[in-house]
Design a protein around this ligand. Structure first.
Ligand SMILES: Cc1cc2nc3c(=O)[nH]c(=O)nc-3n(C[C@H](O)[C@H](O)[C@H](O)COP(=O)(O)O)c2cc1C
Length: 284
């Protein structure tokens, strides 16, 4: 219904039609958020070259919390060195990152806001100078914007990555985060597994919808098993590749349902995807 169609309604009828108030609390998983204002994950570049946050990051998040944000989602943090996307990026691949992150979560919580860390692996969407070797991906499909030909991940590497996400989530829990957001959008590794364009595998990690989301299901289950119910697991999910042979909206809706069954507490649906940009000039 458009604004013009509803503008003749009394506030009471309008409230009945649209009962949600942006300033009302909302429960996600086992926790309550004080309102509906959630700061979307945004890489701030307030980090050093290793991936440690500088003082500016905590100060920035505190300003958001003081300003009334219900929750903050950090920019993407890489879960293992091979998954680094850029030279200045937040990291969470070893325990050394816990103390500075804990300082940030304590400060943000003191202003009444929740905070989630976004966990990510770049897959093919990075450069070997950042990862220390040829970037890996579900399949060796060239990334056109960076002109990177990744190599196909071995099965044992897939298990290592699943473990990397789980360990990163447990570090996040120790650092006081209310939960994590798994980055399965914007053309990064988890998105690459879901999309039939970037995932051409013929083993248990590729092919059917169930196989392409297998890595995600394994990650979610392993985090939930070790973190308990009150630790929230969110997901940012790309919904459509806008190319033939790519991920389409209808399949994404099914995927969202299956991920909910696996234990995901909430999904951010996203349509921004570098798969589209990076393949605009190729026919494969
Ligand atoms: C500077 C900048 C950095 C961003 N960094 C991230 C990021 O680290 N992780 C992420 O999922 N999205 C990132 N985004 C995307 C935003 O979270 C958001 O999805 C995007 O701006 C589109 O907004 P919408 O999702 O509300 O449509 C970034 C956006 C900008 C402008």
């Amino acid at each position: 219904m458009s604004h013009t169609e509803t503008s003749g309604l009394s506030p009471r009828s309008y409230g009945r039609l649209y009962p949600m108030r942006l300033d009302s609390p909302k429960k996600i998983g086992g926790i309550e958020i004080r309102n509906r204002f959630i700061r979307s994950a945004t890489a701030e570049r307030l980090f050093d070259r290793e991936g440690f946050p500088d003082d500016g990051l905590g100060e920035f998040y505190c300003r958001l919390a003081k300003g009334g944000a219900g929750a903050i989602i950090t920019g993407h943090a890489f879960v293992e060195p091979e998954g680094r996307a850029s030279p200045k990026q937040l990291a969470i691949f070893k325990d050394d990152f816990i103390p500075p992150l804990k300082k940030i979560t304590e400060e943000v919580h003191s202003y009444g806001a929740r905070i989630f860390i976004q966990l990510s692996h770049a897959g093919r969407q990075t450069k070997s100078k950042y990862t220390g070797g040829t970037p890996i991906a579900p399949s060796a499909v060239r990334e056109m914007t960076l002109d990177v030909l990744p190599r196909e991940a071995e099965e044992e590497e897939i298990y290592r990555i699943i473990d990397g996400f789980k360990k990163a989530a447990l570090r996040a829990m120790e650092a006081g985060f209310d939960g994590v957001q798994l980055h399965a959008a914007h053309g990064y590794l988890l998105n690459q597994f879901i999309s039939p364009h970037t995932n051409r595998r013929t083993d248990k990690w590729g092919g059917s919808t169930e196989n392409r989301i297998c890595i995600l299901v394994e990650i979610v289950k392993s985090i939930k098993k070790d973190s308990g119910d009150s630790f929230v697991v969110l997901m940012k999910l790309n919904m459509d590749d806008f190319i033939d042979g790519g991920l389409r909206l209808e399949e994404s809706a099914l995927i969202a349902g299956q991920l909910q069954k696996a234990g995901i507490d909430a999904i951010v649906c996203c349509l921004l995807n570098r798969v589209i940009i990076s393949n605009s000039n190729i026919k494969n």
